[in-house]
Design a protein around this ligand. Structure first.
Ligand SMILES: Cc1cc2nc3c(=O)[nH]c(=O)nc-3n(C[C@H](O)[C@H](O)[C@H](O)COP(=O)(O)O)c2cc1C
Length: 367
């Protein structure tokens, strides 16, 4: 497995286009990573230490999870857990199956440690994913770590009917995740970001709340923010979340902004439409985490995501207000060792700073 991933990080693989590289790693994780031999090997190679934290009434072994978009079809849930992630967010899932945008639609900018993608929610649709998850459970292949589902709007559904679309997907997947993330912040579905406007968002949140009221169990519903909104809009969205019973905020999705390119490869990547992730996103993502924490004052948890790639970036996200954190791009550039190295770093920061537990460090910058 380690060999497979180091091949993926090798110069030879950098010649292959990014989506093919991603498909190869998914195939490895889906095949070998889902077997017990594979999981034992992943565990032996990458097991991180424990830095426990309770969030949403659940215990997490540590705060670091796999961000949405890597495992869109929930195909390797056991493997991510064995690789050391304390939780996994699968999806984005849409109500209807869709192919996504034409390829190529994922580009690397190695010098920036950044990716640009315009995938467009390629996924088999909520009903098919539900079917897969039911058989996964019957085969006892459900991880012991928490699982979140990321929900997007189907491309063919206009914004006027978005509330029903999100609510149907939530209903279909309800028994197949511990928490749900409503994604109104991806730049790759035309009009999706307009759903952050108050009138659309209120109706989406109220339809999803209605679905939840019909269920026997109360599972957390989170909202994922765009880094590209102005500060005022972000604060308005966060206060709407507080008023509408949203249980948590995910900050942030990818950005349509671009830094100045440092190489021909980056110029090519940055000239593509789509969302930029990785190192250049980190500073704005941190600003949004800080703003959201300032507004919520710890009333609801924040999940920090965007350019987390080291113990420093992880710690900064935590003391800025994140109870949980996630990464995607750093897994592509650094490989699976990034998980245990970040978690080890967090553990030593907790100790060095004299905190008795990780939860004491959350939002510490604001004290
Ligand atoms: C190829 C790709 C696909 C993604 N798909 C989704 C998605 O379906 N839903 C979503 O909410 N975020 C999606 N994201 C955004 C990530 O979950 C994350 O918010 C973003 O990449 C920033 O984290 P990072 O800098 O650690 O990569 C995607 C990101 C990438 C690179």
């Amino acid at each position: 497995m380690g060999i497979a991933w180091s091949v993926l990080g090798s110069p030879a693989l950098r010649l292959i286009d990014s989506e093919t590289a991603h498909s190869i790693s998914m195939r490895v994780m889906r095949g070998f990573g889902e077997t017990s031999a594979g999981q034992n090997m992943l565990n032996a190679l990458y097991k991180p230490p424990e830095v426990p934290i309770e969030v949403f009434g659940k215990m997490f072994h540590h705060p670091l999870g796999l961000a949405a978009g890597f495992d869109k079809g929930a195909e390797a849930l056991m493997a991510w857990s064995a690789m050391g992630f304390s939780w996994t967010e699968y999806g984005g899932v849409t109500r209807y199956p869709q192919d996504g945008n034409p390829k190529p639609r994922m580009f690397r900018a190695n010098r920036h440690r950044a990716l640009v993608n315009k995938m467009g929610f390629n996924n088999p649709g909520a009903s098919e994913i539900r079917k897969r998850l039911i058989s996964r459970k019957s085969e006892e292949k459900w991880p012991k770590t928490p699982v979140a589902a990321n929900i997007g709007r189907s491309k063919k559904v206009p914004n006027e009917h978005a509330a029903d679309d999100y609510a149907s997907t939530l209903d279909i997947l309800w028994d197949h995740a511990d928490m749900f993330v409503l994604n109104v912040s991806s730049p790759n579905t035309p009009g999706l970001r307009d759903l952050q406007a108050q009138e659309h968002l209120s109706s989406i949140l109220s339809s999803c709340n209605k679905v939840r009221e019909m269920k026997a169990d109360h599972k957390p519903i989170l909202l994922k923010l765009s880094p590209d909104n102005g500060d005022e809009e972000i604060l308005e969205t966060v206060s709407l979340c507080l008023a509408s019973g949203v249980d948590g905020i995910v900050a942030t999705n990818t950005t349509i902004k671009r830094p100045a390119p440092l190489s021909t490869q980056s110029r090519k990547a940055f000239s593509s439409e789509g969302g930029l992730s990785g190192r250049p996103l980190n500073s704005r993502s941190l600003e949004v985490i800080n703003m959201a924490y300032g507004e919520t004052q710890g009333k609801i948890p924040i999940v920090g995501v965007g350019g987390i790639e080291s113990k420093e970036t992880a710690w900064e996200a935590i003391i800025s207000g994140s109870s949980l954190i996630q990464l995607y791009s750093a897994l592509v550039f650094n490989g699976p060792t990034v998980v245990s190295s970040i978690v080890r770093g967090i553990k030593s920061r907790v100790r060095e700073s004299g905190f008795s537990s990780l939860s004491e460090a959350v939002g510490y910058k604001h004290i």
